[in-house]
Design a protein around this ligand. Structure first.
Ligand SMILES: Cc1cc2nc3c(=O)[nH]c(=O)nc-3n(C[C@H](O)[C@H](O)[C@H](O)COP(=O)(O)O)c2cc1C
Length: 282
């Protein structure tokens, strides 16, 4: 099924979660009202899109979604996330040149870059005449977490508005170049790009590791990660095989694909870039 198939919400949510995890929690037993189940159906139907219809996404719509997204919680109320709506064709082309393997990025009606901004906080100490005593890894981690929360809030806001999205960490493949293109000041670093548009197709949800592997009651402790991975590999291959066009090569296990994807060093210069942007990671 697709996330928006016409079906009653309880059945649809249960089927979506079964596709995701192999087994669904008991939706009816959760004791939620129908509006809550309808809202959860939308959240559970999240899927990344990489093809867009030709319909534009106006700058004012992006600004509205950004306002909703920036309403996310913020660590210590420090407000260390920024969003850049990249509209200028020259800058869009320059970012596309960083990721030549993702031609669908140029085609996206909107391209945003979510940034971790440690600059305002540092400046605040200057203005208040206090020593900046927390210049260490936490001072980098907090704005990154804020930016990630804002990005996910943006994805949900976009989906509520009938749009779809795909995060792009590959824009960080050449972080210095991206910082130049976007004129990022000191202590502002990109966390991820986000392509946004109207969907060109319905997409099935992608499965996830079982809830037994990733949802825990009270403690994590030691688990058999290999068994969790094997179980997921089997479900992943079965999901892929179910939609393979005739004659296509057999689906490969998730663990094989991921190990291949990360077999070569990626973004090994990221730490140097973050330090050169002014963050102390000590
Ligand atoms: C922080 C982040 C960065 C991502 N970067 C990329 C990317 O550079 N290119 C891409 O095609 N997908 C990217 N994705 C999307 C993931 O590939 C996608 O979420 C994953 O394959 C699971 O698919 P789903 O979101 O449809 O369930 C990114 C996702 C996240 C959360």
């Amino acid at each position: 099924m697709h996330p928006d198939d016409p079906q009653d919400d309880t059945t649809a949510l249960s089927e979506l979660l079964t596709q995701r995890f192999g087994v669904s929690p008991d939706v009816a037993a959760a004791g939620l009202d129908p509006q809550a189940i309808a809202a959860l159906r939308v959240i559970a139907g999240q899927t990344s899109h990489r093809r867009w219809s030709a319909r534009a996404v106006p700058a004012e719509a992006v600004r509205l979604l950004a306002a909703c997204a920036l309403s996310a919680p913020s660590k210590s109320y420090l407000q260390q996330a920024d969003i850049i709506d990249v509209r200028d064709p020259g800058r869009r082309a320059a970012i596309q040149a960083i990721v030549p393997t993702l031609p669908w990025l140029s085609a996206a009606p909107a391209l945003l870059v979510f940034c971790a901004n440690g600059r305002r906080f540092e400046r605040l100490f200057d203005r208040r005449g206090k020593p900046y005593t927390n210049d260490h890894l936490d001072g980098f981690f907090n704005p990154v977490v804020d930016a990630a929360l804002v990005m996910m809030n943006f994805v949900n806001a976009a989906r509520a508005a009938g749009l779809v999205a795909c995060p792009i960490s590959m824009v960080r493949n050449h972080p210095k170049r991206l910082a130049e293109i976007l004129e990022l000041p000191r202590r502002v670093v990109p966390v991820a790009g986000l392509c946004v548009g109207h969907p060109a197709e319905a997409r099935r949800v992608n499965p996830r590791l079982s809830l037994d592997a990733t949802f825990h009651l009270d403690r994590i402790g030691e688990r058999d990660d290999d068994a969790d991975c094997d179980e997921f590999d089997r479900r992943y291959v079965a999901t892929r095989e179910a939609v393979l066009p005739e004659g296509a090569p057999a689906a490969r296990p998730w663990s094989d694909e991921r190990a291949d994807q990360y077999a070569n060093a990626q973004r090994a210069d990221w730490g140097d870039f973050v330090r050169s942007a002014g963050f102390d990671l000590g």
